[in-house]
Write a protein that binds this ligand. Structure first.
Ligand code: NAG
Ligand code: NAG
Ligand code: NAG
Ligand code: NAG
Length: 506
């Protein structure tokens, strides 16, 4: 049985003609009793259709010659019927005061024999037996509709603020005893749908979370086999996105920590002034206040430059209505540390250590040499071990046993999770060696060579001058001659130790 058919549980019963419903002296009436179940607060259409044949030949003067009277017989039998809505053949309309703005007839539909009564919104006191009398000339046709109301009560009322005990209750005006109440959540979503059944008409949710939001249907089963159900939408005012988000940022880059509400609080007449962010760093509590205007529900925390010391848990607290909702956001920082500080010489063994603070345990890492065209060489790291004492740190390490010129350039350590790429950090590797190939290295090599030559000549001149002087003053020490050392200055290849760092989308 589809939810729609359950929501609007219609029973078409042809009842015997009962004189009591029809004014005496008039004949040719038809009685069709129907039952309509409607959730309190939604709209109801009490159907009354007469075949146009009954009012044939009258289409031209229809509004003038037809009068409609809807009456309600109340909940109990002995209650006096009272007029709900009356449209006289002059077009004059009378409405019961208690239902005045909520009931309507669509007189444009009369031409098709549709005299249905619309009630919007329905209240629980609207239950009862309704009767329509459609008078055309001397003929009276009548319809009988029983309106039943299902009441869904949410305590506290919608929108429910996350983490407060929520009681959902379902009741109906049906008089039999309740056998079972079932609750269906997200029925149309297949695998994520849930069903809970109990003998109680109340369902308790101790910690309402965003996962409880969405469409619900309560179904009441009674001892007389009557089944009544109603659907409603549960709105939870909480945070968008996952419950405990993790933001991955490269050291030295900026990070934005998300804090977005699921609904605009002003849409529910709630005020939000600001969000309060806090972070405990080394025993010191840091605080930020993020203010937004009423048309915003997002309060992100922007950190211009992050380092490993900024990593950790951040808390975003937003005051809405009478309460405060908060959630934790974890900032994980990715850094690259080389095993050799300073320039790396060809042939050396080099380790590039990619460190991730606050690992969730499910991350995978990938080292990529971005500069090795045309195809990127990808080196998946086999083992990413946990260090003792830093259980939440992961250090996947890239080992280059013998550094060569082809390793020059940008290396990227990227972090991947089940949902895809989470973040990355880049490292620029510069190599010194005998065979210098790149243009800036040639230039610096030539300069160095020139400098060495000049120094050599200067020293040579000094030594020759010294030798000549010694020879003139003292007996010669031939052993001294030729004993001079030349210190070749180290190559002045530009050191790019810090590494270019770039953050990517998380
Ligand atoms: C009859 O009119 C009501 C509005 O008064 C409308 O909601 C309903 O759909 C109409 N029924 C048909 C069968 O057109
Ligand atoms: C359920 O509804 C019936 C009829 O409207 C009412 O008599 C009864 O007290 C209600 N029960 C609860 C628990 O609200
Ligand atoms: C409110 O903030 C939003 C986004 O932050 C912005 O687009 C909008 O123009 C702001 N409105 C006013 C009235 O300042
Ligand atoms: C957020 O972190 C604080 C401190 O670590 C903890 O007490 C709290 O339970 C956390 N809240 C959530 C919703 O995880």
């Amino acid at each position: 049985m589809t939810p729609v058919s359950l929501v609007l549980f219609l029973t078409f019963t042809l009842l015997p003609f009962t004189a009591g419903y029809i004014a005496p002296g008039l004949s040719k009436g038809t009685i069709r009793e129907q039952k309509v179940w409607v959730r309190e607060g939604s709209s109801a259409v009490l159907p009354c259709h007469l075949s146009p044949r009954k009012t044939r030949g009258s289409s031209k003067q229809l509004p003038d010659k037809i009068s409609v009277l809807w009456r309600r017989h109340g909940g109990s039998v002995h209650q006096e019927p009272h007029v709900v809505l009356e449209v006289g053949d002059s077009g004059l309309q009378k409405t019961a005061l208690c239902m005045k703005p909520r009931v309507s007839l669509q007189d444009s539909a009369w031409r098709n024999g549709n005299f249905s009564l619309r009630i919007a919104p329905v209240r629980s006191e609207d239950v009862g037996l309704y009767e329509a009398q459609v008078t055309y000339k001397t003929e009276v046709h009548s319809c009988h509709v029983e309106l039943g109301v299902i009441t869904v009560t949410l305590n506290p009322p919608s929108p429910v603020i996350g983490n407060e005990l929520l009681l959902m209750s379902c009741n109906s005006s049906h008089r039999a005893s309740l056998v079972e109440a079932c609750w269906f959540h997200n029925e149309h979503l297949g695998p994520t749908s849930r069903t809970i059944c109990s003998f109680s008409r109340t369902l308790s949710i101790f910690y309402p979370a965003m996962s409880h939001a969405g469409s619900w249907r309560c179904q009441l089963r009674y001892s007389d086999k009557e089944i009544i159900s109603a659907t409603f939408n549960l709105q939870i005012l909480g945070f968008e996105g996952p419950a405990n988000p993790v933001v991955y940022a490269a050291a030295g880059s900026a990070a934005d920590l998300p804090c977005s509400l699921s609904y605009l609080p002003s849409a529910f007449g709630m005020r939000v002034v600001a969000a309060h962010w806090s972070h405990l760093a080394g025993g010191h509590l840091q605080k930020w206040d993020i203010s937004q205007n009423v048309s915003s529900r997002s309060f992100p925390l922007h950190l211009p430059v992050v380092g490993p010391g900024d990593a950790g848990q951040y808390r975003c607290a937003v005051s809405v209505g009478h309460g405060t909702i908060s959630r934790n956001v974890t900032l994980a920082v990715v850094t690259v540390t080389p095993s050799i500080q300073g320039p790396v010489s060809e042939g050396n063994r080099l380790l590039l250590i990619c460190s991730l603070t606050h690992s969730q345990g499910h991350e995978r890492f990938q080292w990529t040499h971005l500069d090795s065209a045309p195809t990127k060489s990808k080196l998946a790291v086999a083992s990413s071990h946990h260090l003792e004492g830093h259980s939440s740190w992961m250090r996947p390490t890239l080992e280059i046993p013998q550094v060569s010129q082809k390793d020059t350039g940008t290396w990227e350590c990227s972090v991947h999770g089940p949902e895809g790429r989470l973040g990355a950090v880049e490292y620029d590797l510069q190599i010194t060696g005998a065979q210098v190939s790149s243009a800036p290295s040639i230039l610096s090599g030539q300069v160095t060579f020139g400098l060495t030559l000049t120094l050599f000549f200067l020293l040579a001149i000094c030594v020759v001058a010294l030798a000549l002087q010694k020879r003139a003053q003292t007996p010669a020490f031939p052993a001294l001659e030729g004993m001079f050392a030349v210190t070749v200055p180290g190559k002045s290849v530009e050191e790019n130790q810090k590494g270019k760092i770039q953050q990517t989308e998380c």
